[in-house]
Design a binder for this molecule. Structure first.
Ligand SMILES: Cc1ncc(COP(=O)(O)O)c(C=O)c1O
Length: 380
């Protein structure tokens, strides 16, 4: 019997090893067995982030909690912040900042375009910002932003650089120590291939020092990285009950990542992405992300208006493959295929063949221009 294949951009497939860990008898969150494993998980997370210099945090929540915790800990009400809006998750970041009283400016890009370091430099010359928020891979467009160049611009302008790598880390190259960002965060359920439920946040020493000397103390309680610091230093301490099984599963998934090798996992993701894009190019489709900035973790393409639900339904019914549609305005005309985590080359081949057959059967591929055009439209 054909196995079901999850190819949405997270949560991703999890291994039998990870599933087995979650089915063991409950451990106490303060037991030596668990706290020791939690400490090991944090060390493994450092490997995944390549974070030797900063502080590594992990606690229960989804990627959105990592976004909000980063904002609440870093931004004081009234602070000026700049959000690079390359899609849905950039917009969410702007909205979270607004909810916490920041003065938000945005550099906005049509869906499918990357954030331009030259435009960022020009903007940072005109105005001072406390922080700049960058999405590594925006999951709504499948664009990978040039984070090295973008972070470098922030640092030379004296702004904190905060990177949302929920859909990047472990699938795209990222070296926290070399990058020089102040925060990089991810969530458990994407390229790390653990179940949803945990956030991982790396914080620079500069930013940690700033948390302590802010004019106004951090207003959040659970969303306050300073409050979590003692627990990360000594996991035997209690702040709030962690999702024990999720943390154990995350440890196991990070162990699998270590065994594969971080660089090898990046390479495998690059190969899978190339295989999938090459395969799809046989059909008359248009990728949403501009060439040169296509992510290794997911691929998005346009189909005829209103027909994306049919493609999704057919893939589910005839091929047992689950893909995602576009977000917001794009839900009827875009298909997103996740290729993250423990996906194999054989599974990627199966997905390409199934998608191509489906597009041919339904006649829905469309090389129509992405609405909104391809011209840059940076906001103010
Ligand atoms: C880039 C990015 N940021 C943030 C999030 C939010 O994560 P969550 O849905 O786990 O809250 C997602 C989710 O897909 C994402 O892809």
């Amino acid at each position: 019997m054909t196995e079901s294949l999850l190819m949405i951009p997270g949560p991703t497939n999890i291994s039998e090893r990870v599933r087995e860990v979650m089915s063991r008898p409950q451990q106490g969150h303060g037991s030596p067995e668990f706290t020791e494993k939690f400490g090991e998980m944090l060390k493994l997370a450092r490997l995944a982030f390549k974070n030797n210099n900063g502080t590594q945090f992990a606690f229960t929540g989804s990627g959105t909690l990592a976004m909000e915790t980063s904002v609440v800990s870093t931004v004081q009400p009234g602070d000026k912040v700049l959000v690079l809006d390359t899609g849905y998750f950039g917009q969410r970041m702007a909205s979270i900042n607004e909810a916490h009283g920041a003065q938000v400016s945005q550099l906005q890009y049509p869906l499918g375009m990357h954030a331009d370091p030259d435009e960022l430099r020009a903007r940072l010359r005109k105005e001072n910002f406390r922080a700049v928020f960058i999405t590594h891979v925006d999951t709504s467009s499948a664009v990978v932003n040039p984070i090295k160049e973008l972070v470098a611009e922030c640092k030379s302008a004296g702004a904190f650089a905060l990177v949302d790598s929920v859909c990047g880390l472990a699938g795209e190259e990222l070296d926290f120590d070399r990058l020089g960002a102040d925060i990089v965060f991810t969530a458990s359920q994407k390229a790390i291939a653990a179940p949803p439920g945990a956030v991982l946040i790396a914080v620079s020493n500069d930013l940690l020092g700033y948390f302590q000397k802010r004019a106004k103390p951090i207003e959040g309680w659970y969303l306050n990285l300073l409050r979590w610091k003692p627990i990360m230093d000594d996991p035997k301490m209690y702040l709030a009950t962690p999702a024990v099984q999720i943390m154990l599963a995350l440890r196991e998934a990070l162990l699998e990542l270590k065994e594969e090798g971080v660089e090898e996992r990046w390479r495998r993701h690059r190969n899978l992405a190339e295989k999938i894009r090459e395969g799809l190019q046989r059909m008359d489709i248009e990728f949403v992300a501009e060439e040169g900035y296509r992510a290794n973790t997911l691929t998005g393409f346009i189909v005829k208006e209103g027909l994306a639900p049919d493609v999704q339904k057919e893939l589910r019914a005839s091929y047992k493959i689950e893909v995602a549609r576009g977000l917001g305005d794009y839900s009827g005309r875009m298909i997103r295929i996740g290729h993250m985590g423990i996906l194999t080359a054989e599974q990627a081949d199966r997905a390409v063949t199934s998608v191509c057959e489906t597009l041919a059967k339904l006649g829905v591929a469309a090389s129509v221009p992405v609405p909104g055009g391809r011209t840059r439209n940076p906001g103010t």
